[in-house]
Design a binder for this molecule. Structure first.
Ligand SMILES: *Cc1c(COP(=O)(O)O)cnc(C)c1O
Length: 398
């Protein structure tokens, strides 16, 4: 972690801060439970030869349902398959309103069901879907709202639930980032008709691969339970057009061993986020995701908004400059869905229709955040970030 000298200052107008790292370090590294704990859970299943969708999956489902105070939890192969099955089990038709500022798996679940995605703009401060924009996009063909707790910052759940009730729409949350999130003190998992979590390695609760569908609707839970197993309910005559979207016992063992770690992960990530925010808030033109003080954010990701006119350099140039210092960043989530090839044909509205989405997606920069990052690394990242901006401004003035 000593000074770096780089010879790239000629290229791309990269700003050489020379205070970064000598070696690259990973942008993301999952903190996993002890392998011995995973094996201890898994060994009986392996010995019995019962390898998928059995006792460990049941235990995981029961533990999660209790923890999230929700009646039903159905473990599945991924958040994507969970969303696909939930939308199908709800019998949706026509249009689904969703954010464009999200990961593409959210939209894929809509397309896989032959439904039409209708994008609603995000809130400029929370970066979550804006309920007023959702309401504005409702037509006679709308059947559901699919909202995302962005980075683990809970949506305006009360307002979305009120809109869904008022217009008789289904409401589903893509809670991929939100295992550990609390909205007004209540854990996510019981809101809307269903919520779907991801257990893939970049998320807080890691199963290797996996997803969790949570709902208080017994019929919906039973349908997803059948659908993850080809749609068969035991009669060898499938009731649903299902998938093989079961969770294996090994994945369930990993998730069970990981459950006790989640609380501390959320705490450490909040600490890191607070450190970043304190340090970067001195830089003019850096904006932060607004979090309601009554809520708990998981910080699956920590992102800032770079307002180029004020900061004096673009998000992309800042990212490139940080990379020169061996600090890797991501642009979660750029480009927004409506600018991606698969989705562009569905975007029939004017260019200003998703103005906030475009502003956020064009300027958002995600910084490394994971539990094992030491405080001093966070300090170096923040200091280097600040120095790059200061040098860029000085260069502009000269
Ligand atoms: C990671 C992610 C998904 C997909 O989760 P998988 O478990 O990998 O299918 C869906 N939505 C969002 C917002 C995500 O970040």
């Amino acid at each position: 972690m000593s000074l770096t000298m780089n010879s790239r200052s000629h290229a791309l107008k990269v700003v050489p801060a020379t205070t970064g790292f000598n070696e690259p370090f990973p942008f993301m590294r999952p903190s996993l439970p002890e392998l011995s704990h995973v094996f201890a859970e898994y060994q009986p299943a392996y010995r019995n030869g019962v390898l998928t969708n059995a006792g460990l999956v049941c235990r995981l489902e029961a533990a999660v349902a209790e923890r999230l105070s929700v009646k039903h939890c159905v473990a599945v192969s991924s958040c994507t398959s969970g969303l696909m099955m939930v939308l199908r089990a709800l019998g949706l038709e026509g249009e689904v309103i969703l954010p464009s500022f999200t990961f593409f798996a959210t939209g894929h679940s809509v397309l896989w069901n032959g439904l039409k995605p209708v994008f609603a703009d995000c809130d400029p401060h929370t970066w979550n879907i804006n309920p007023a924009e959702v309401e504005r996009k409702i037509t006679a063909d709308t059947s559901a709202i699919l909202a995302v707790h962005m980075y683990g910052n809970p949506c305006d759940v009360a307002e979305l639930e009120a809109i869904a009730r008022r217009h008789n729409l289904k409401l589903v949350f893509d809670a991929a980032h939100a295992f550990g999130t609390h909205y007004r003190g209540v854990p996510t998992g019981s809101f809307g008709d269903a919520e779907v979590f991801s257990l893939s390695p970049t998320k807080l609760l890691v199963a290797g691969e996996g997803g969790l569908v949570t709902t208080n609707d017994a019929k919906l839970a039973a349908a997803v339970r059948a659908m993850r197993n080809y749609g068969d309910v035991g009669a060898y005559n499938p009731k649903w057009l299902g998938l093989n979207a079961r969770m294996t016992e090994f994945n369930a063992a990993m998730a069970l061993a990981g459950l006790p770690l989640v609380k501390a992960k959320v705490q450490r990530r909040s600490q890191i986020a607070q450190m970043y925010t304190e340090k970067l808030s001195h830089i003019p033109g850096i904006r932060f995701q607004k979090v309601d003080p009554g809520d708990t954010h998981t910080y699956k990701d920590y992102s800032v908004l770079v307002v180029p006119e004020i900061v004096g350099l673009t998000r992309d140039l800042l990212a490139e400059s940080l990379r020169t210092e061996n600090i890797e960043t991501k642009k979660y989530f750029y480009p927004p869905l409506h600018q991606q090839h698969l989705y562009s044909i569905f975007h029939e509205f004017g260019a200003t229709d998703l103005a906030q989405t475009e502003h956020v997606a064009n300027n958002v920069l995600s910084l490394p955040i994971y539990e094992s990052l030491p405080d001093e690394t966070i300090c170096i990242i923040a200091d280097t970030f600040e120095r790059i901006v200061r040098l860029a401004r000085a260069r502009k003035a000269s």
